[in-house]
Design a protein. Structure first.
Length: 304
């Protein structure tokens, strides 16, 4: 099959490529530098902030006055020192664990796209639905879809859903199925869900990845791997392709290595974050070998 032209990765630079012609606002950058310096130094006077940031004294005074008038910093009357207000904390409170995760995952998915050309989605099971949080469809020359972020996928009939269910604990799986059943997800009863899941879940655990053929679209197939953070399952990433082009086994033979490497790189970077209790409890303990791991030859190792 002829290889399509190389596409740009989903890096921070390329995501913003449409706006890179705009000039940078230097005053805003300096204001942010002052806020960062106050966060590091604590209560500080203008001279200390000038030395820390390299911003000249006159500009420092103007920026401090503007930030104070806007409510982001407070000037202590006793000694004229400045510090951050709760308004800054309100900004940070708006950043959820999920937002941090997506910011980490996006560039890695871009690099995966550059390798395989086929589009990928990252989805999480939240609020009773399997929802796409990041996607490379809009960058892939092989995708007929564009606006994928925010769309939902069936929990049981998608590779993304089965990948997540194969990695979570049994208690988490039961809870997820109960919520999906209550919301009418997949249009099946819980008994039907459990029966349909038994085979696909066990197969995913043994092979180290999940797959689906025509599960969400009669013309589309996919393979997927779970994404974890320590003892939590955060979601899953897939590779989607046209059903007539190759089978899921052929896709796994060609692209599973790249998909696994992408997931491993993501998990390595995520390990530096503090994410609290986001995600779902993982099926295995830290001492156990994850069911999706591989031996030195690259073959899937099952612990079941």
């Amino acid at each position: 099959m002829q290889q399509p032209a190389t596409v740009k990765s989903l890096s921070k630079e390329n995501i913003l490529s449409d706006t890179e012609t705009y000039p940078r606002v230097r005053a805003l950058e300096r204001g942010l530098d002052l806020l960062a310096a106050l966060s590091d130094l604590g209560w500080s006077n203008p001279g200390e902030l000038t030395r820390r940031t390299g911003i000249n004294r006159a500009t420092t005074y103007r920026l401090l006055f503007t930030l104070e008038q806007s409510g982001y910093i407070y000037r202590r009357p006793g000694d004229g020192r400045f510090f951050l207000t709760k308004k800054i904390q309100q900004l940070s409170d708006g950043v959820k664990d999920e937002d941090q995760i997506v910011q980490v995952i996006g560039p890695h998915m871009g690099r995966l796209l550059a390798k395989v050309q086929w589009p990928s989605d990252f989805a999480t099971f939240t609020a009773g639905q399997l929802e796409i949080k990041e996607s490379t469809h809009r960058f892939s020359p092989l995708s007929v879809h564009r606006a994928m972020i925010g769309k939902t996928r069936p929990l049981l009939h998608s590779a993304l859903g089965v990948a997540i269910l194969s990695a979570v604990s049994d208690a988490s799986m039961q809870q997820m199925l109960a919520v999906a059943d209550a919301l009418g997800d997949d249009g099946a009863s819980r008994e039907q869900q459990l029966h349909a899941l038994m085979h696909s879940q066990q197969q995913a655990r043994e092979r180290g990845y999940a797959d689906s053929t025509g599960g969400t679209d009669p013309n589309i197939s996919a393979i997927a791997c779970p994404v974890c953070w320590r003892n939590r399952v955060l979601g899953a990433i897939n590779i989607m392709f046209f059903r007539r082009v190759m089978t899921t086994d052929q896709a796994a033979e060609r692209y599973l290595g790249s998909l696994r490497q992408c997931v491993q790189d993501i998990e390595r970077e995520l390990d530096t974050l503090i994410l609290g209790e986001y995600g779902w409890p993982r099926r295995c303990t830290k001492k156990e070998t994850p069911p999706w791991s591989t031996d030195p030859t690259g073959r899937s190792v099952s612990t079941n």
